[in-house]
Design a protein around this ligand. Structure first.
Ligand SMILES: *Cc1c(COP(=O)(O)O)cnc(C)c1O
Length: 389
């Protein structure tokens, strides 16, 4: 919720948070053994299973850190030096995953695609068959630099058929895009709190399935760094879920209070309704962008994310559009992927924002008005009206 002094934050994370989440975080920091904190932690773990649509045998983790910490945890627990990891490259964050995997000693097999597209399933299948077996397949559910979304379900099938782990970076997707961990038999799905989950930044959230946990158990190489190691955290998370105090390293207690509130809000209407709200929001915004003549970096609807828009500047307009949008009270983000860094800008529409049509109207008004300021012949009214069609 923006205050009168702060602009509306429409970047792909951090995002606007709800009044309830804001209120939940506005408390004196609870101790890590306070009954209220234990309840919030334990309840959040249970709600994560519901939102991830994971089974009872899966293990949710709540760690203090950003989304990148979750990526590190995935690599550190699942990959032993010398093992092969296949990575679908759909943008900046897939590249980061590859860098993390290489530091963990993995031999990375990359399956790429032109910017704005996703690799085909045949290519992935072929890559899995070539050479010695892979340990895991990694994909970025939504890459925040390109706005490209992959479909995790067929990737899970390919992974199962090849006997490899299926790991998904959901940092810009979890609770905003369809994901059914148990039904699709995925092994690990992680996110950061400040993206589609709709919370302040500071928590790495992940759910590991039984196979992923077993991979850590049977590790032969040296154990992962202590903070990254699931072994360090399992007893603590199990204790919290049984509503017992425990300690390994201090959790971000204030953020856990906010997490309980935010996850509860998502589950009030249910995860399906929340994902559907993201799809409706994205469709409305796409209609508005079309009336403004803005083209998207994703090359087809099938690979276009519902959590953000990555838009190309029109002819004769550049990044000087962003301060013009900011002057109208809305913050959007610049380009991130090197190939479209200077030619694109990004609008986040995830989390609490999808329940606020007024935020969408303000955003479209600001973008359309700024385009006019920059000399483009656009119709602000028509763009706003397109939101309702
Ligand atoms: C934001 C993001 C990350 C990194 O998360 P941080 O919280 O910035 O560390 C990783 N992957 C994707 C897809 C993201 O959008």
């Amino acid at each position: 919720m923006p205050t009168p002094l702060s602009p509306l934050l429409m970047i792909p994370g951090p995002v606007e948070v709800s009044p309830a989440v804001l209120a939940a975080a506005a408390v004196p920091p609870p101790g890590h053994t306070a009954p209220r904190l234990i309840e919030a932690f334990g309840a959040s773990l249970g709600m994560m299973r519901q939102i991830w649509q994971a089974d009872a045998a899966s293990q949710p983790f709540i760690l203090a850190g950003s989304g990148t910490l979750a990526m590190e945890v995935a690599a550190a627990n699942l990959i032993e030096p010398g093992e092969r990891a296949l990575v679908l490259n759909t943008g900046f964050f897939s590249e980061r995953m590859m860098a993390i995997l290489r530091r963990a000693g993995a031999e990375v097999i990359e399956v790429g695609a032109p910017v704005g597209e996703a690799p085909g399933m045949d290519e992935v299948r072929d890559a899995l068959r070539r050479g010695s077996p892979c340990k895991a397949l990694f994909a970025t559910h939504v890459d925040t630099s390109t706005g490209v979304r992959v479909d995790p379900e067929p990737l899970c099938h390919l992974a199962r058929a090849a006997g490899v782990l299926a790991v998904f970076d959901g940092v810009c997707a979890t609770a905003g895009e369809r994901f059914a961990m148990a039904a699709w038999d995925a092994d690990l799905y992680f996110t950061g709190s400040q993206k589609a989950i709709g919370l302040p930044p500071g928590l790495a959230l992940m759910v590991a399935g039984e196979r992923a946990l077993a991979a850590r158990e049977s590790r032969r190489a040296a154990p992962p760094p202590l903070y990254l190691d699931w072994h360090s955290w399992l007893p603590i998370h199990r204790a919290y879920e049984e509503r017992k105090p425990s300690y390994f390293a201090t959790p971000a207690t204030t953020l856990v209070m906010a997490l309980e509130s935010g996850l509860g809000e998502i589950l009030e209407a249910g995860i399906e309704a929340r994902v559907a709200a993201h799809a409706r929001t994205a469709a409305a915004l796409r209609a508005a962008w079309r009336t403004l003549g803005l083209r998207t970096v994703p090359q087809s609807e099938a690979v276009t994310a519902n959590t953000l828009s990555v838009l190309l500047f029109p002819e004769c307009i550049d990044a000087s559009l962003l301060p013009k949008i900011a002057a109208r009270g809305v913050t959007v983000a610049g380009g991130l992927h090197p190939a479209v860094k200077a030619t694109s800008f990004r609008v986040g529409h995830m989390g609490y924002t999808v329940t606020r049509p007024d935020y969408l109207r303000r955003t479209v008004e600001a973008v359309a008005g700024a385009l006019q300021d920059a000399g483009a012949a656009v119709d602000v009214e028509e763009a706003v009206k397109a939101l309702d069609t």
